[in-house]
Every structure is written in structure tokens, then in C-alpha cells.
Design a protein around this ligand. Structure first.
Ligand SMILES: *[C@@H]1O[C@H](CO)[C@@H](O)[C@H](O)[C@H]1NC(C)=O
Ligand SMILES: *[C@@H]1O[C@H](CO)[C@@H](O)[C@H](O)[C@H]1NC(C)=O
Ligand SMILES: *[C@@H]1O[C@H](CO)[C@@H](O)[C@H](O)[C@H]1NC(C)=O
Ligand SMILES: *[C@@H]1O[C@H](CO)[C@@H](O)[C@H](O)[C@H]1NC(C)=O
Ligand SMILES: *[C@@H]1O[C@H](CO)[C@@H](O)[C@H](O)[C@H]1NC(C)=O
Length: 485
């Protein structure tokens, strides 16, 4: 009896042991990425969604957009300048980065540069002892906001402009000042504007970009051609309805008007990750003008849907006035803008729904189930279909008894593994309510009317490899009144 009990026990033990060895509970691995991929700085940039631009300088005092370069520095006197007000406005509106015009085309420098006296040094503001860049940096830091800078290559004041080597040396000397004196700079903004007096002078972009990267390791360089962030191709804040973060850098050149269409849509075959930034002003002009008013809330929301909602970052210009403060009307409008975005997107009407999909990678315990689209991680947890799935791929939100009522659909791809989706359709109870091409980090659809449905299905019609969806949202936008409703 004792012997029998012993051998039984051994058999059981062996079986338990064998089971443990032959059935290891390894987690399913993530799918391979599809190149190109974003850098960590580009990912950080993408998640900002909103960046504030501040155009400020002598033009603020002369009611002009492009200064001549002949402005007398004595006109620059923003007696009430308070960068803490700017940073406060930015923080409340949800901007995590502020980019300022350290020098615009007129050549007047907002910081005391060693290489010119056409700057705050020669102005009456703070008796020539002021430094607007420093004030911005200090105020932004106090609010936990990052700083970016714009240094205009075109210079209508400096005598060196047009003399190629001398001017490039001057420009680089100023870049070095800006990128070594003020701590961390997260974005630098270049345009290709050139004076008609020097059409043949080259800007040494290669030298400039190398120097920038040397001095600031995590900076994003913006220009028509990147290398980190590309221009969207217009100044209306509107990306293409197809908008790839990928493009061929070799096909781009700075200041070339014939590539704006390509910049607007990107390239599904693009070999470089170079996402688009949409620059637009809250007012008509870039600089403050007494006669101008901020855009209407409905216009700002349209811009938001056409930029952030099309896989881009919105760079919204909010120009300080001649007192050195952001105007009350702009603050009011930004407050409305923030409140509207929060009203629309802080509630996901899909929450609590059951999520189904055509298939899931690694089965029920693989970790890639469709329920991942309702969590707060919009990058690294996602729904992935089974590798071998060839047929239609879809993911569906199944609402509760009372159904789903919404007029905005939000779809996000797990772009950390590459941008993939090329064509998709959205169905509500079997009826097509929206369709499009790219998704990218975030795609937003405002529908023709309010939809009331039990099921909402996203069908992926075409994709580079497996589609990976990181987040889905159904929202209600009370500010959206499409024509004819
Ligand atoms: C610019 O270069 C073109 C072609 O080489 C030449 O014809 C033109 O005279 C140059 N213009 C100036 C302002 O140097
Ligand atoms: C501008 O872009 C077009 C279209 O890609 C190209 O053919 C042309 O060579 C470019 N021009 C310059 C000056 O780079
Ligand atoms: C971009 O580069 C890829 C790879 O070389 C190429 O297949 C594609 O045609 C290029 N796109 C354009 C618009 O030339
Ligand atoms: C600038 O804006 C502030 C409000 O923030 C206002 O008090 C001031 O009067 C404005 N300055 C001008 C010149 O409009
Ligand atoms: C969307 O659907 C319409 C109607 O079926 C079709 O004409 C259009 O090409 C589709 N657009 C996209 C981007 O798939």
C-alpha cells in the first residue's frame, strides 16, 4: 500500500514536471516594425499635439509683417513685457512647447548677441539690458514648458548678408549663442526665405544642421526638408487628407515651391520618418496688429481637426502685443479652444463597450487583443490581428443596450512600429459613415450628422503589413454643425 502510494506520487510529480517543461507560458512577441521608424525625439514631438509660436520683434511696433531692416531699435520698447503671462496662457491652453522668433527677416535680435548691435542692446527696453529669449526660457521653465527658437536666415539688416562665407559665419555664430546660452532647446525652426539682393547666396544648411545636432542632442530640426520635422506645405494649418509621416528626404529641398503637394501628403514609400507640422496664426498676420482679431472658435476647431486630426502637430502662432503681453481677446479665444477640446475628447463614448476584432495576435492571452484600444496608452499597447490573416481585417465597438451616440470618430495607430494603414472605412450598424486613407498617430473624423448605432466597425482595406491600432474613440462635438443640418 505504501509502495503503491509512493509510485503514484512519483508519476503525478513527473507529469507535473513534464507539463511545466513542455508548456512554458511565454508571452507572444510584438510584430516586427515596418521601417522607417520615428526617433524618440520625434515621438515626443508628435505627442505634444499643440505647440505655441510667438512672433515678436520690431514689426510688433511698426504694424508690419516683414520689416525692412531699417527699423530704429529705439522703437522696441515693450514696457509691460511679462513672459510669465505668455507661459501661463500657453500652459492653460495645453501647449507644452513655445517657439519664439529670436530674429525675424528684419534682422533685429531679441537677445543681446555679441555679433551685432542691432538688438535689444540698442533699445530703450530695460535700458538695453534686457534679453527676451532669457525671459521666455525662465518663464517657460517655471511652468514646465519647453522652448524652441526661430532664427531667420534671411536678414534684411546685416551688411554681411549676400556675402556668402561672411554671412554663413555670422549666422552660425548666432546659432551657437542661442544653443549654448539658454539650456535645453527642443525645436529649431528654419525657413528658406531669401533676399532678392542675394538670389545666388547659399545657406549652408548642412553645416547649420550638424552644428545644431552637436549642441542639442534631443532637438528637433524643422524645415521644408527636415531632418526631423517637415513643413506641411501651407500656412492654413491644413494637412492632406492623406498624410504620411514618411517621405523621401532626397526629393526635398528648402525653399522649393514645387514640392508643397508632396510635403502635404507625404509618401507611403518614403524612406525617411519626417512628420509634418502645421503652422498657422490665431490672427491674420504673424505679428500683432492693433486692427486684427483672433479667428473664430469654429475656425480654430476646423484647423485642429485638419492638423492634429490628420496625423500632424499644430503650431499655433499667438503674437504678443506692443505692451509685451498676449492680448485679452486671444487669451479668451484660447480658453474657449481648450475648453472645447476638453469637452469633446475627455469623454470616450466607446468606454465600457465590448470590443471585437476579426482576429488577434497570440490568441486570448497574447496581449494584443482589441480591448487595448480603450486603455490610456496610445503607443505601446494595441490591437494586432493574427499574422496569417489574409482576409478583411476589422475591429468593432459593440455598445450597450442604449446604443452609441456620437459625431466624431478617433482612430490611432501604434506608430512606434511604423505607419501602416493605407485605406479604411467606418461603418455604423452596417452603413458607411466615413472612409479615408492614412491614419497615423491620430485621425479624427467629424461625421455628416449625429450617428446613433449599436455597432461601429473600422474596416482596414489596405495596409503596409499588419495594421496596429492603439486607440479608438467615439466622441460628441457639440460645436460641430455641418452645413445643411
Ligand atoms: C546669379 O546666377 C545666375 C546664373 O549663374 C547669373 O546669371 C546671375 O547674374 C547671378 N545673379 C547675381 C545677382 O549674382
Ligand atoms: C524643386 O523640386 C522639383 C520637384 O521635385 C525638382 O524637380 C527641382 O529640381 C527642385 N528645385 C530645386 C532648386 O531643388
Ligand atoms: C521614394 O523612395 C522609394 C524607395 O527608393 C521609391 O520606391 C519611391 O518611388 C520614392 N517616391 C517617390 C515619390 O519618388
Ligand atoms: C496688450 O494686452 C494686454 C492684455 O493682456 C492689454 O492690457 C494691453 O492693453 C495690450 N496692449 C495693447 C497695445 O493693446
Ligand atoms: C470613400 O468611399 C467613396 C464611395 O464609395 C469612394 O468613392 C471613395 O473613393 C472612398 N475614399 C477613400 C479614400 O477610400
Amino acid at each position: 500500500m505504501a509502495k503503491l502510494w509512493f509510485s503514484c506520487c512519483v508519476i503525478v510529480l513527473i507529469q507535473v514536471f513534464e507539463f511545466a517543461v513542455s508548456k512554458p507560458e511565454f508571452t507572444t512577441t510584438p510584430p516586427l516594425p515596418i521601417l522607417p521608424l520615428p526617433t524618440s525625439s520625434q515621438l515626443k514631438w508628435q505627442r505634444r499635439e499643440l505647440i505655441m509660436f510667438l512672433h515678436f520683434g520690431v514689426n510688433t511696433f511698426t504694424d508690419s509683417e516683414w520689416g525692412t531692416g531699417h527699423e530704429n531699435p529705439s522703437i522696441f520698447n515693450p514696457t509691460g513685457l511679462d513672459a510669465h503671462q505668455w507661459a501661463d496662457v500657453a500652459a492653460k491652453a495645453g501647449f507644452s512647447l513655445m517657439i519664439m522668433t529670436a530674429k525675424h527677416h528684419d534682422g533685429f535680435c531679441l537677445w543681446p548677441s555679441k555679433y551685432t548691435d542691432h538688438s535689444v542692446i540698442s533699445s530703450p527696453w530695460k535700458n538695453g539690458n534686457g534679453d527676451v529669449v532669457q525671459e521666455l526660457v525662465d518663464a517657460a521653465k517655471a511652468r514646465g514648458i519647453d522652448v524652441g527658437l526661430y532664427l531667420s536666415p534671411w536678414d534684411r539688416h546685416d551688411k554681411r548678408y549676400g556675402r556668402e562665407r561672411l554671412y554663413n559665419e555670422y549666422y552660425m555664430a548666432q546659432l551657437q549663442e542661442l544653443l549654448t546660452r539658454y539650456g535645453s532647446v527642443q525645436e529649431i525652426w528654419f525657413d528658406g526665405a531669401k533676399g532678392s539682393n542675394a538670389p545666388n547666396m547659399s545657406y549652408y544648411f548642412g553645416d547649420w544642421f550638424s552644428m545644431v545636432k552637436e549642441l542639442q542632442g534631443s532637438i528637433n530640426v524643422f524645415s521644408d526638408a527636415g531632418p526631423d520635422v517637415r513643413w506641411v506645405g501651407d500656412e492654413q494649418g491644413s494637412a492632406g487628407t492623406t498624410c504620411w509621416s514618411t517621405i523621401n528626404r532626397t526629393s526635398l529641398s528648402i525653399g522649393n515651391g514645387s514640392i508643397v503637394g508632396y510635403l502635404n501628403t507625404g509618401d507611403p514609400k518614403g524612406t525617411d520618418w519626417l512628420p509634418a507640422e502645421c503652422d498657422v496664426s490665431i490672427r491674420t498676420g504673424w505679428f500683432w496688429h492693433k486692427s486684427e482679431e483672433p479667428k473664430k472658435l469654429s475656425k480654430l476647431l476646423e484647423i485642429y481637426y485638419n492638423s492634429v486630426g490628420r496625423n500632424c502637430v499644430l503650431l499655433l502662432n499667438v503674437p504678443p502685443n506692443s505692451t509685451g503681453l498676449i492680448s485679452d481677446t486671444d487669451i479668451l479665444r484660447l480658453g474657449e479652444f481648450r475648453k472645447a477640446i476638453d469637452t469633446i475628447f475627455s469623454t470616450n463614448l466607446a468606454e465600457g463597450s465590448i470590443i471585437k476584432a476579426s482576429s488577434r495576435r497570440g490568441g486570448k492571452t497574447g496581449g494584443f487583443g482589441p480591448e487595448n484600444v480603450l486603455d490610456d496608452d496610445h503607443l505601446w499597447t494595441y490591437w494586432a490581428p493574427k499574422d496569417e490573416t489574409k482576409e478583411d481585417q476589422w475591429i468593432e465597438i459593440r455598445g450597450k443596450e442604449e446604443g452609441l451616440r456620437f459625431n466624431v470618430v478617433r482612430i490611432q495607430e501604434a506608430i512606434g512600429l511604423g505607419q501602416r494603414i493605407k485605406q479604411h472605412e467606418i461603418y455604423a450598424d452596417g452603413n458607411l459613415v466615413a472612409n479615408g486613407t492614412t491614419i497615423g498617430y491620430k485621425r479624427l473624423y467629424r461625421l455628416e450628422g449625429v450617428v446613433h448605432a449599436r455597432h461601429v466597425r473600422i474596416r482596414i482595406k489596405e495596409s503596409r503589413g499588419l495594421p496596429l491600432i492603439s486607440s479608438l474613440g467615439l466622441h460628441f462635438d457639440p460645436f460641430w454643425h455641418p452645413k445643411g443640418t
